[in-house]
Design a protein around this ligand. Structure first.
Ligand code: KG4
Ligand code: ZN
Length: 340
């Protein structure tokens, strides 16, 4: 593995268009992201058709800008790594087709990256000392999963969600409270001035011996509370509700990480995905780590949400373990690489 090996990462699986250049497995040369939040926020969620059109507009200028900022020419790029799933089909197609065109035009090797494996690499790229075996909670808008990385690139799914993902629950709760999209950062901001003990929302699956999650109950409970308050003409105490809701979701996530660690005996723990940018979760995990003697690895917030650095890092690892893609690479919106 040459330390001078340069990978171009491309990420378009949902509503963020991202491109990055890394040297070796983790040194970031340039990292850029074009967010579609403002385009989707009037709809309270991601509109798939709009997302693909926006990727189409943003991607090539973004690739050009990371290349020129890093002073890189096409001949300097050793690998193109692109998210090929899971995600929205139209969004994935834009990234994969662009990556294939660049690969063919430049004569550069191509690798299709699993987006969730990318999230795992947000931790390992930021913390080189994070080595298997380790546990990783991936909590985003589409996924809530605890994965055991047994060895390099050998993953077992310990548990997922039975209904909504954690980020989806944040987004739906925010919508019910009349807040903007994405809901997580808004709820976190308002929760700072609220009392988390004001309302006791359910912590689903707590105490049940499984690493599975469920977030539909807390969402329904919040909806019922808000509807009753509105019916009775009461003012909605938004900050208190946000703080109580955040407490319930965080407790659920932490309790399942604790279960997974006790089941597997693994004491190295990482988190990734948009929800892992949440300060209450990060502080809660750090405290749980101190209590249980875990080594806790928190990727910088910037690399918790979708980005192309994690895709480049995962692509670099896949390529150097012998994987290759070619022009037959096709996006797979439901692609899973976990063993069960
Ligand atoms: O990983 P990500 O950027 O995109 C997906 O792959 O889904 O995650 C986005 C999700 C959204 O649901 C958003 O509300 C949530 O992550 N999120 C947060 C925070 N920042 C983003 N949830 C809680 N607290 C945050 N600070
Ligand atoms: Zn993601």
């Amino acid at each position: 593995m040459s330390p001078d090996f340069i990978t171009l990462g491309i990420e378009t699986s949902c509503d963020d268009t991202a491109a990055a250049l890394i040297r070796g497995g983790r040194e970031v040369l340039c990292d850029a992201l074009s967010s579609q939040i403002r385009d989707h926020s009037p709809y309270g969620g991601v509109l798939p058709e709009l997302a693909s059109r926006k990727h189409l507009e943003a991607l090539i200028p973004l690739v050009r800008s990371v290349m020129s900022e890093a002073g890189a020419a096409p001949r300097d790029i050793d690998l193109i790594a692109v998210t090929a799933g899971p995600g929205l089909m139209g969004s994935l197609l834009v990234g994969v087709m662009a990556a294939k065109a660049l690969s063919q035009g430049w004569g550069t090797p191509l690798i299709g990256v699993n987006h969730l494996e990318g999230h795992l690499f947000a931790g390992t790229a930021a913390h080189p000392e994070l080595k298997p075996p380790f546990l990783c909670l991936i909590a985003s808008g589409g996924h809530t999963e605890i994965v055991l990385a047994r060895e390099d690139r050998d993953y077992t799914l310990l548990g997922g969600t039975r209904d909504d993902a954690a980020g989806e629950a944040y987004d739906k709760a925010a919508k019910l409270l009349g807040l903007g999209y994405p809901g997580g950062p808004e709820i976190e901001r308002l929760a700072r001035t609220g009392d988390p003990g004001s309302y006791s929302f359910p912590v689903a699956m707590k105490g049940i011996k499984s690493a599975e999650f469920s977030f539909s109950g807390v969402k329904t409970s919040l909806r019922t509370l808000v509807e009753n308050m509105k019916k009775n003409g009461r003012e909605i105490p938004v900050s208190d509700i946000c703080a109580s809701f955040q407490k319930s979701v965080t407790e659920s996530l932490l309790s399942k990480i604790e279960f997974a660690s006790s089941q597997t005996g693994v004491k190295r723990v990482s988190i990734s995905g948009g929800v892992s940018a949440n300060t209450a979760l990060r502080e809660g995990l750090a405290a749980l780590g101190r209590k249980n003697g875990w080594e806790v690895f928190l990727p910088p917030k910037k690399y918790c949400t979708d980005n192309a650095v994690m895709i480049a890092a995962a692509g670099y690892a896949a390529y150097h373990s012998g994987e290759r893609s070619d022009l037959s690479l096709t996006p797979n919106p439901a692609w899973s690489i976990w063993k069960r």
